[in-house]
Design a protein around this ligand. Structure first.
Ligand code: G3I
Length: 484
């Protein structure tokens, strides 16, 4: 049944119920049921809206309410845990699909899509896999067999898979996991290739946390993704988990910029695990801030056409991982513990029906993602040890119709005399200079500050060079951004 048909069915069901045969409570519930759920508000934006389904949700005390709310609000689901390795293959070669099947059947019965989470992850693994130090060939065989069997079981039914989950560390390195350490870093490529064979129609993702904005981790993911695609590895999209907190908020400019750079690689984007935790005690001000974050996140996501789904990691604070896993935090979702709609619910409803928003365009070139360099050192996220004339190169940068301002973020503790500057030049290190930014001390090598300059030209696609000029000691360079 189509999304529109489901919304119409809710409405006609509501209208066909004679008010005289209902109690006020039933009547109220039916009125609510007649209101369109979040998924139907988002229908004309062509984005699916969803949540997880809790483990054994059919056994909850309020199971029928849980399911009724779910089917009203959402059109995509991720089983929270019961598709994970330790649940599906608790003993070697023994596959237990019964619980996961119930999540999938529930979804199918209500015309809800299923997002599969997850095939290859370093957590939620069974003891048998962790205990014995299996050789590389065994690990590859286990990985292949798991992917073949699980994707085969749900072939054509689970259409999106988090094939590899959380492969990168906060420092922007590949994570040492049982898969990485026993197979080697090619485990990611092997898993994706195998997944494509197992179900050629499924969308294959890498899913990770703390990758929503531009930082070391997302830049490593970006570089990894780019390399995989260049080698023809089947990767269709990125899952951005987005476990956020009211306290930390989100750098929205960096968020949009980051989504754009992944989109520019031709990938589809999936928001897979959104929640916005509150540091206890909960106050009205924090709930308002939470709502405003949800609204702004949705507005940004809805303005980005490559975003295919927005899923929250739960929908009621009654059933959420936050309280048990994140001490001192709670209440990151859109319904409260008594099933009341929170301000966050209203905020995202409003965002879903609002006119599409325009956000100022920017293009960010992170230091860690250059395509070629001369004379600089890098730790994968920042560039340092630059000498007079050193440069870094970014290929195929789309300057669109031209930008007005250039912003550079850098740290410099002990600038030595020498008229230090970063010059931005097009198409060669000595090509046309479109901006020049003086670099001045920021108070420490790790104290990053932004400085802006006017751009004097450049539009369309170019190879962009950031050329450092002056005597030794220009500090740490983080990124350069073109702004309207
Ligand atoms: O299965 C055992 C059960 O046998 C036992 O009785 C019970 C007692 O505590 O524990 C059960 O295991 C729990 C498991 O969820 C249920 O499958 C673990 O203790 C618990 O730590 C585990 O937590 C899950 C966690 O992932 C680890 O798999 C959370 O519910 C789940 O919300 C969380 O989800 C992750 C995503 O998969 C990846 N991204 C981050 C996100 C939040 O941490």
């Amino acid at each position: 049944m189509s999304i529109q048909k489901r919304a119409v069915l809710f409405m006609s069901l509501y209208l066909s119920m004679a008010p005289w045969c209902m109690t006020p409570v039933q009547s109220q519930e039916m009125k609510q049921a007649g209101k369109p759920g979040l998924f139907s508000l988002g229908a004309n934006r062509q984005v699916s809206i969803g949540s997880i389904t809790a483990d054994n949700f059919w056994l909850l005390d309020d199971a029928s309410r849980y399911q009724e709310m779910y089917t009203r609000e959402f059109n995509i689901v991720t089983p929270e845990n019961q598709l994970k390795f330790r649940h599906i293959q608790p003993q070697r070669d023994v596959f237990t699909f019964a619980a996961a099947d119930r999540h999938v059947r529930f979804a199918e019965q209500h015309d809800i899509a299923v997002h599969g989470h997850t095939l290859i992850w370093h957590r939620s693994l069974p003891e048998w896999l962790l205990e014995s130090p299996l050789p590389r060939s065994d690990m590859i065989a286990i990985m292949n067999h798991h992917i073949d069997t699980v994707m085969g079981h749900y072939k054509g039914r689970i259409k999106i898979w988090d094939v590899v989950n959380e492969p990168i560390t906060g420092k922007g390195k590949l994570r040492h996991t049982v898969w990485h350490d026993r197979i080697g870093e090619e485990y990611i490529e092997l898993a994706l290739r195998r997944a494509r064979q197992a179900d050629p129609s499924a969308k294959l993702l890498i899913n990770d946390y703390n990758v929503a904005t531009i930082n070391r981790k997302s830049t490593k993911l970006y570089n990894l993704t780019k390399q995989l695609l260049e080698r023809g590895v089947p990767l269709d999209g990125i899952g951005f988990q987005m476990h956020l907190s009211v306290h930390d908020g989100l750098d929205f400019e960096s968020f949009s910029e980051n989504l754009q750079r992944f989109s520019d690689l031709g990938l589809a984007l999936f928001i897979t695990e959104l929640d916005v935790a509150i540091h206890t005690p909960v106050t009205t001000a924090k709930l308002q801030r939470q709502a405003s974050l949800y609204r702004d996140i949705f507005l940004r996501l809805l303005s980005q056409k490559t975003v295919k789904s927005i899923q929250m990691w739960g929908f009621t604070d009654k059933y959420s991982w936050i309280d048990s896993h994140f001490p001192g935090h709670c209440c990151g979702l859109i319904y409260d513990k008594n099933w009341g709609k929170k301000l966050s619910y209203t905020a995202i409803s409003e965002a879903l029906v609002s006119e599409p928003q325009y956000f100022p365009q920017t293009v960010t070139l992170p230091a860690g993602s250059f395509d070629d360099a001369h004379g600089v050192d890098t730790d994968g996220a920042i560039v340092f040890n630059v000498d007079n004339g050193d440069w870094i190169q970014f290929n195929n940068v789309d300057l669109k119709n031209g930008f007005a301002k250039l912003r550079i973020r850098y740290g410099n503790g002990q600038l030595q005399p020498g008229n230090w500057r970063a010059e931005v030049r097009l198409d060669s290190p000595s090509g046309v200079e479109i901006a020049k930014i003086p670099i001045v001390p920021t108070g420490g090598w790790d104290v990053f500050r932004d400085k802006t300059a006017t751009i004097t030209g450049g539009s369309g696609r170019h190879t962009v060079y950031v050329v450092f000029k002056g005597d030794r000691g220009a500090g740490h360079f983080d990124w350069v951004r073109f702004e309207e």
